[in-house]
Ligand binder design. Structure first.
Ligand SMILES: Cc1ncc(COP(=O)(O)O)c(C=O)c1O
Length: 390
């Protein structure tokens, strides 16, 4: 049996692999403290749950339009206008089974053999794999910690070529928590002017910012609006990871048409019940709950950052958004996989090696766990670091 060349180009997701290892240890009776999760441990807002129940009771059971119901796409367009001052009509929007699904399908319809995809590193695990799977070259562009791991106009210019098809911007970033300001996005936009490069702007952590303002890439200028595909979803901001709902909006209607075609031949519409409930998550009714979760995250961020900063040999990037600390352990150990496996084996703490995000010498710890787990886990990490130093 021979597997396709396509699947051979893709690596397994390291974040999921670490979570699997943690489950195995737990099943074997070992206590583990899991800081690898990329999902909030909060409940879904009541109003969203009630809409889902009402949809079930009213037998909203059938296939919907492949790209999502008109009602939901109107709610998404309303959200993009209200929150981001972006004008999209429902025909520019496609709803899918999570933002990961949206991204995968965007790569499928846009990236070809010979195309280059610029991905500022450190980067979320799936961007390079998705690009490679579809035959494109992932141009991982190293950014600097002193710039908050944000790509600078100079670095972008150096990475651009006449083969550049897509530039991926994740803001707030997973894993670093960096958030691009309006000025920073505008400066990157200037570099792209006159090129054919599209921007995929992954804004899934939009609502989770701490003391800074989120800026949507497409809202910066007319030029960026034309070339940017805005990707977002409900997993992180509304704690709806398992419900699987993501979407994108693109100025060029051809992109929505192509993704709809692909989706029609693969997964069809996202779950009808979830689509109904998603409207309540997007139209402002869940805003108070979303803000309550954000505040809890902010407290956890401050707690985790304060505790990790005290540990000799570890150097965290202070995150302005998302729910991760990206921590340098270079002073203790260069190899992030060795560091994280040892930490898991000896102290039962699950973190994610930086190499999974194309950045050696760092680990990522999520603060989407409750305060007690964060405190206990960091106390273990402190002991572990102490052992390394001796
Ligand atoms: C940066 C980033 N983008 C997209 C996703 C995908 O989210 P979902 O498919 O759950 O909507 C994730 C989830 O971990 C993420 O961290």
């Amino acid at each position: 049996m021979t597997l396709s060349a396509r699947i051979g180009r893709m690596e397994e997701s390291l974040t999921l692999a670490m979570a699997q290892k943690a489950r195995e240890l737990k099943a074997a009776g070992r206590e583990t403290l899991n800081l690898s999760a990329g999902e909030p441990n909060f409940d879904v807002p009541q109003v969203v749950k009630e809409e889902a129940i009402a949809a079930i009771n009213s037998a909203f059971n059938k296939y919907t339009a492949v790209s999502g119901t008109d009602e939901l796409k109107a709610a998404i367009a309303g959200k993009l206008k209200r929150d981001n001052n972006l004008d999209y009509s429902p025909k520019n929007i496609v709803v899918s089974n999570g933002a990961k699904h949206s991204l995968f399908q965007l790569f499928a319809v846009l990236a070809d053999f010979g195309d280059e995809v610029i991905i500022p590193a450190p980067a979320w695990v799936s961007y390079p794999e998705m690009a490679r799977y579809h035959g494109a070259k992932a141009v991982l562009t190293q950014t600097k910690s002193e710039n908050g791991f944000k790509i600078t106009p100079k670095e972008l210019e150096a990475a651009l070529s006449d083969k550049t098809k897509i530039v991926v911007i994740g803001s707030p970033s997973n894993p670093t928590g960096s958030v691009y300001s309006r000025d920073e996005l505008a400066a990157l936009g200037e570099v792209l002017k006159g090129t054919k490069a599209l921007v995929i702007s992954d804004e899934i952590y939009e609502k989770l910012v701490y003391g800074v303002k989120f800026s949507a890439c497409a809202s910066i200028s007319r030029d960026l609006y034309e070339r940017t595909i805005t990707v977002n979803g409900l997993s992180k901001s509304v704690a709806m990871t398992g419900w699987r709902l993501g979407y994108f909006a693109a100025a060029d209607e051809q992109i929505a048409k192509a993704v709809t075609k692909l989706q029609s031949q693969s997964t069809t519409n996202p779950c009808s019940i979830v689509q109904k409930a998603a409207i309540a998550a997007l139209d402002g009714r869940a805003d108070k709950d979303i803000e309550t979760m954000r505040r809890r995250f902010e407290k956890r961020r401050d707690l985790a950052l304060g505790l990790i900063s005290k540990i000799d040999g570890l150097k965290p990037i202070a995150p302005d958004g998302a729910f991760y600390l990206f921590v340098s352990h270079e002073a203790l150990e260069k190899d992030s996989t060795a560091f994280c496996l040892k930490l898991l084996d000896e102290y039962g703490v699950v973190c994610t090696p930086g190499i999974g995000f194309s950045q050696e010498g760092y680990f990522r710890m999520s603060f989407a766990a409750n305060e007690e787990v964060i405190e206990k886990a960091i106390a273990q990490i402190a002991k572990f670091a102490d052992g390394y130093r001796r």
